[in-house]
Write a protein that binds this ligand. Sequence first.
Ligand code: HEM
Ligand SMILES: CCOC(=O)c1cnc2ccccc2c1N
Length: 290
Amino acid sequence: VVHIAAVNKDRSFDDYQRIYNTIAEKIREEDEYDGYIGYGPILVRLGWHSSGTYDKNDNTGGSYGGTMRFKLEQSDGANNGLGNARAFMEPILKEFPWISHGDLYTLGAVCAVQELQGPKVKWRPGRVDMPEDTTPKNGRLPDAANGADYVRNFYARLNMNDREAVALTGAHCLGRTHLKNSGFDGPWGAASNSFTNEFFVNLLNEQWKLQKNKAGNMQYDSPKGYMMLETDYALVQDPAYLKIVKEFANNEGAFFKEFASCFQKLLENGIDYPKDAPTYVFKTLDEQDL
Ligand code: HEM
Ligand SMILES: CCOC(=O)c1cnc2ccccc2c1N
């Protein structure tokens, strides 16, 4: 399968910055969502799950075709709860009908990372909505009840190495698990809506106890009410991953640099960009004094 980015000559940086600002202002406005966590974390998850179906072996899946808009993909249990993120995006699609779903959902994820004080993430337009029959089969997204070998193998399918795998999982500094969505619960109390290296600091500094949660699933809990999935905790069980976790826990800049590049790579997996395709770095609302 080949997906060539279709550069829309009628649209400029300003058009996409306007969509960015609309999303960013809506995140700021609708701050009560999910116990005042806000929509940032789930918008990051929407962009990631739109892209996480990619398979480097046949270049299928990924964000290009916007197939997350179809019931088939939405019915994958791993996507439980993302209806809230898609509903958030509906009015944006109405206001800007010229943008593809793949471009919007990935733009929303980049906007959320940046507005939550994360690194600047480069973004390129050109994804084209594809028909329903191009939707990848369910089951390509990862399952949390696994260890390091599974994690390494999963990320390899997305063409991600150990450093990229650890950096990407660092997005679990945002938001929380919800029993009704995934059968995992927590962290309780202050789930974070700012993008930091806290996930790595917590992994190393908290005492973790593997136990069955009230849905009967295994998760790691800490006395402070934090939690880790088994696939999170795998990052300190595997010596190669542990080395990278320690680097990122001690150097937030190194984490930000790696996350910025591999998040862009994740959102663009499977797409061929012509040499005249533009690359955008959006300004945050703060940088525009908005
Ligand atoms: C082995 C890989 C991964 C597994 C097994 C995994 C699993 C999960 C699970 C079970 C949840 C809870 C969903 C819910 O109950 O609402 C979650 C939430 C989340 N994940 Fe992951 N994840 C993985 C990788 C990633 C990556 C690569 C990113 C982004 C770069 C990411 C971003 C998020 C975010 C932001 C949330 C919070 C969503 C919210 O608060 O609604 N995850 N993840
Ligand atoms: C920084 C405190 O947050 C955490 O330790 C943490 C750990 N794993 C997660 C897994 C999925 C979603 C959110 C998660 C999360 N917020």
